[in-house]
Design a protein around this ligand. Structure first.
Ligand SMILES: [Zn+2]
Length: 432
């Protein structure tokens, strides 16, 4: 029996509305007691949390861990083990792994491989997402029932959309029948037309094809309509345009079963970051205009966008050295997300800490339909301890992630996870 006391922290549990100084006692893998500060103990291990926030373990609905169940000669830019280490260093106790590995996670065996490797690693919980279509090829639905039985928590063809409307409809009907959410990377490939960065004046100046907001918005429109029609819960990934926010807002108002997420980079960075052609800023969907960023921030503030998710997308330095038009899209986010959320949402006064924590805990848990993301006696002891004031500099060389393609390198920020507890085990502690 192991007992850990989190002493005197500001305990925030958005699910119950709790926000008060309290002691939290963990015993084995459960939350054993919650009481007034100074009332609980002794324990085998005590963490002094008096200047810290004690919150449910953060959940990231969207990460790419890159590891494939099939052995490969080429080292992948991340593995389940290094990604899970990056997750806990960033304060995340659970991450949903996207299936667009090579080959993709479209079989029960591949789903089980992710679950087993995640368990062996013993850091963040690794929750695999299965493909929507076989081979992620968009031609026929994957065996969604078998993927669910193996332990997949959602279905997604992330990286691209299911273009064929008939196949998309069948995927959503089947996911809906199984009670599972469909995570949609909304991008109309024809409208996107191979665009490299946001369509606009900068694309013209750089002589690059642009990816217009309309490509995302048309697909968000289609996904929201399909959610309303099929009853399948549709989760819109990485919302990046004002038009998309407005479509989601209206769909929710009309009662469609739609949820949405925004990424740290779409809250904090503008398309102008690409003026120097630095490939670290190339991402899909692309960085947008200030007008779009403001609308996404407002969507997060008013709850249209329920969740925050990193879209942690590791790439090798070699791949990112290619010219902007050829380099892969994507940036890592697990170890820089929390202070970037704080900078864009707390320091600007858009959200309070309890509101931010809701978008990182109970809201993503609801998207998954899983009993997680709350602090209550008897619940699983997944807890994140945050120092909201600590000032630090983001230095990717220090990251646990195998990848270094972080767009926030050198940023001076505030706020950091100081301890991450999964199933009652301290799996990360920041050196004081
Ligand atoms: Zn995507």
């Amino acid at each position: 029996m192991s007992r850990i006391l989190l002493a005197g922290g500001r305990v925030i549990d958005p699910a119950s509305g709790r926000d008060e100084a309290a002691d939290l006692l963990l015993q084995d893998d459960r939350i054993a007691a919650l009481g007034p500060a100074g009332s609980l103990g002794p324990a085998d291990q005590t963490l002094d949390c008096r200047r810290h926030l004690v919150v449910p373990g953060l959940i990231d609905l969207h990460v790419h861990l890159r590891e494939s169940p099939h052995p490969t000669d080429v080292p992948t830019p991340e593995t389940i083990a290094t990604g899970a280490a990056a997750a806990v260093a960033g304060g995340f106790t659970a991450v949903c792994a996207m299936p667009n590995t090579r080959p993709p996670i479209d079989t029960p065996q591949a789903v089980r491989y992710y679950i087993e490797r995640g368990r062996e690693t013993g850091l963040a919980r690794v929750l695999p997402i299965g493909c929507q279509t076989a081979g992620r090829a968009g031609r026929q639905p994957a065996d969604l029932e078998a993927l669910r039985a193996a332990g997949a928590v959602a279905f997604s063809d992330d990286g691209s959309d299911v273009a064929d409307p008939e196949v998309f409809e069948r995927v959503l009907r089947e996911a809906g029948r199984l009670g599972m959410p469909a995570f949609c990377h909304c991008e109309d490939a024809e409208l996107a037309a191979g665009g490299v960065i946001n369509d606009g004046p900068l694309a013209m100046v750089l002589g690059l094809p642009g990816n217009p907001p309309e490509a995302e918005e048309a697909a968000v429109h289609r996904a929201c309509d399909a959610a309303a029609r099929t009853g399948c819960r549709v989760h819109i990934c990485h919302v990046s345009t004002g038009g998309a926010v407005e479509i989601i807002r209206r769909a929710k108002d009309a009662g469609a079963p739609v949820t949405a997420e925004a990424t740290p980079h779409h809250l904090a960075l503008l398309e102008e970051s690409l003026a120097g052609r630095d490939t670290v800023f190339k991402v899909s969907p692309p960085l947008r205009s200030g007008h779009d960023v403001d609308a996404v921030l407002e969507g997060v503030r008013d709850g249209t966008i329920d969740c925050l998710a990193t879209d942690h997308a590791p790439h090798s330095a070699e791949a990112k050295r290619l010219p902007l038009a050829e380099a892969p899209a994507g940036m890592i986010g697990l170890e820089s997300a929390l202070p970037v959320y704080a900078k864009t949402l707390i320091e600007t006064g858009l959200l309070t800490w309890p509101q931010l924590v809701a978008r990182l805990t109970v809201n993503p848990a609801r998207v998954l339909g899983m009993d997680m993301g709350r602090i209550s006696v008897g619940a699983t002891a997944d807890i994140t301890v945050i120092d909201p004031e600590v000032a630090w500099r983001i230095e990717p060389e220090q990251f646990a992630s195998r990848a270094r393609n972080c767009p926030f390198a050198g940023w001076d920020v505030r706020g950091r996870a100081v301890a991450t507890i999964v199933g009652g085990r301290v799996v990360f502690e920041l050196d004081a």
